[in-house]
Design a protein around this ligand. Structure first.
Ligand code: 3IO
Length: 334
């Protein structure tokens, strides 16, 4: 009798004092919309590794690439409602929803992804846009500037006229003004649209030539280096508020570092993808001559002014937002 009671007591003490590891580990689901080899998912795996390491594995990040947890347009609302704890979204897919942050996809001369990512991060911190009030923003970054990838060679605005090309948000506005037949859809829907002939090409950053194998469908790329696409990584607010302070600090300290890491990765990877596309698929990269480049750029002039007017009608100080972006671009371009 006594021995049995003592034995049970020991068992009880062990259970109470050493809870299973899983009870202490914080497990977070992180949703992403495009396939695993693409840059939004590469930066997600990087973020996961850094967070797990810096929290001594007190946090476990379960990643869901390829839209398996949330799709491209349901990312923000899916995180707000808690279907995923964390989500990576492209703001260009809901241009009316993210007015301030989407202004980085105006043609304001962002030269690369690293500068774009820093500009977007600083712009967000300066304005703290209401569009993000229902989430915690963990990181912000942009693509490298967009270029035309197409089945047919494009060297003049005449070549572009009426061509069915896909783009979203600010990049879509630019295709329209150049006279292309702009078709809106997320990047994740583009491989099928290209294969089925629904579109003749796309307007985005060039690393997808390799990551999504667009070099197989698009033997031509025309270098316009105009605008970037902005992204945000957001977290469910209740899940964020429930985190221990030490974990919050790790994630907050990582925000700017993640922007720089992603920008640097993207810029290097674009160069890599261009070389790969030339070598393995013989893709021609068409450079506009000075006269054409001047014509293309001149056509863009009304876009920013028009955006300022529209934003101001919605109650934003459009002029101040554009001025801030221009100042940040100068500051970060060295
Ligand atoms: C993008 C989105 C998902 C995967 C790779 C990507 N490279 C550039 C983008 C930008 C974008 O969201 C788009 O739709 O062109």
């Amino acid at each position: 009798g006594t021995v049995a009671i003592a034995f049970l007591a020991v068992i009880a003490v062990v259970f109470v004092s050493i809870p299973p590891v899983s009870a202490k580990t914080i497990s977070l689901n992180y949703a992403n919309f495009p396939p695993a080899p693409t840059f939004p998912c590469v930066q997600m795996e990087q973020w996961k590794t850094v967070v797990e390491t810096r929290t001594d594995n007190a946090v476990r990040i379960n990643t869901f690439p390829g839209g398996t947890l949330l799709g491209p347009k349901e990312m923000m609302d899916g995180v707000i409602s808690g279907q995923a704890d964390i989500g990576c979204l492209c703001m260009a897919y809901q241009p009316g929803r993210f007015t301030v942050t989407n202004a980085v996809s105006l043609p304001l001369g962002i030269p690369d992804s690293k500068v774009g990512s820093l500009v977007l991060t600083d712009l967000f911190n300066a304005y703290k846009p209401k569009a993000f009030d229902k989430v915690k923003v963990l990181a912000l970054f942009t693509t490298a500037p967009a270029n035309i990838m197409s089945r047919k060679r494009v060297a003049t605005l005449g070549d572009l006229k009426g061509m069915d090309l896909r783009a979203s948000g600010g990049a879509a506005e630019i295709l329209k003004i150049w006279g292309a037949n702009q078709i809106g859809m997320p990047m994740s829907a583009t491989p099928e649209a290209l294969q089925k002939g629904v579109v003749q090409g796309l307007f985005s950053s060039l690393e997808v030539m390799k990551d999504l194998k667009f070099a197989e469908e698009c033997p031509y790329a025309t270098l316009t280096n105009t605008v970037v696409y902005p992204f945000a990584v957001v977290m469910n607010l209740d899940r964020w508020n429930a985190l221990p302070q030490a974990v919050k600090t790790v994630m907050e300290n990582l925000s700017r570092e993640q922007a720089v890491w992603t920008g640097t990765y993207m810029d290097n990877h674009v160069n890599d993808a261009v070389e790969w596309s030339k070598k393995t698929h013989g893709v021609e990269f068409v450079e506009l001559d000075d006269a054409s480049a001047a014509t293309w750029n001149k056509a863009l002039a009304p876009i920013t002014q028009r955006w300022i007017t529209t934003a101001s009608e919605k109650g934003f100080d459009g002029k101040a937002i554009v001025d801030t972006i221009q100042h940040l671009v100068d500051q970060h371009t060295k």
